[in-house]
Design a protein around this ligand. Structure first.
Ligand code: PLP
Length: 234
């Protein structure tokens, strides 16, 4: 079997076992392969092995791959930073957006989401480690942000997403992951479909799953080392 498929299967096993180990249902955590900087042929291998959801960070690159994979029923997740001149392409070609943190962007996505598609499924990105340069809304502003999204009918709030700082101590990590989970569960009382916590990458899978992640985003550990990002100014 192909290496990428092998690695994907291995990580699925790790994710399942982590869920069981932390007393969660075996299938409660989704593994989202992040295929940015990898070719459509790699995605096709995984799709043929049964994986039909992928995360991409760069709009132009993603559109090129979508065109090559049109024959497959892939659900595309946009997980990168959102530039306002790219919202139309995102609204037209993706089912999910994980990195929403500005109302202005949300309004554009809402206006630009085609009427014949499902509402765009979104996660609010939270800057949980309060890093100055990092994207994401402050944890204290999440409820107000969710309230503003509720006025946008072409957008459906599905959860919270975060990329915690890499340098946290174990106790800081535990506290921040717990805070995120509590915030997501609190939102779910008001918005029943807000069932997603998009948290955890190759390096923190186990902790993220222990604290209630429902979706882990894994790139390198499946596809291998990436090349430099493209020039996103074009
Ligand atoms: C690239 C990326 C990932 C995957 O990271 P790896 O280190 O390759 O596993 C996950 N989430 C986001 C938001 C990303 O941009």
């Amino acid at each position: 079997m192909n290496n990428i498929v092998n690695r994907y299967n291995d990580i699925r096993t790790i994710v399942r076992n982590a869920a069981l180990c932390h007393k969660r249902a075996e299938d409660v955590v989704m593994l989202l392969p992040v295929s940015k900087r990898f070719p459509a042929t790699d995605i096709r291998l995984l799709a043929e092995a049964g994986c039909l959801q992928f995360g991409e960070n760069y709009v132009q690159e993603a559109l090129e791959k979508m065109a090559l994979l049109e024959d497959l029923e892939i659900v595309w997740h946009f997980i990168g930073p959102i530039q306002s001149n790219k919202t139309r392409d995102i609204a037209q070609h993706f089912e999910w957006v994980h990195g929403l943190d500005r109302i202005k962007i949300a309004k554009r996505l809402n206006e630009q989401r085609p009427a014949d598609m499902n509402p765009l499924q979104v996660c609010i990105q939270v800057n949980i480690s309060n890093e100055p340069q990092k994207a994401g809304v402050n944890i204290d502003d999440v409820v107000a942000f969710a309230g503003a999204l509720a006025a946008l009918p072409r957008i459906e709030l599905r959860g919270l997403m975060a990329i915690p700082a890499a340098t946290l101590t174990d106790s800081e990590r535990a506290e921040q992951y717990r805070t995120l989970k509590e915030a997501q569960l609190a939102l779910q009382h008001t918005y029943p479909r807000c069932d997603t916590l998009s948290l955890g990458m190759s390096d923190d899978l186990d902790t993220a799953i222990a604290y209630g992640s429902t979706l882990v985003r894994v790139g390198t550990a499946i596809f291998g080392a990436r090349q430099a990002p493209p020039d996103t100014s074009i």
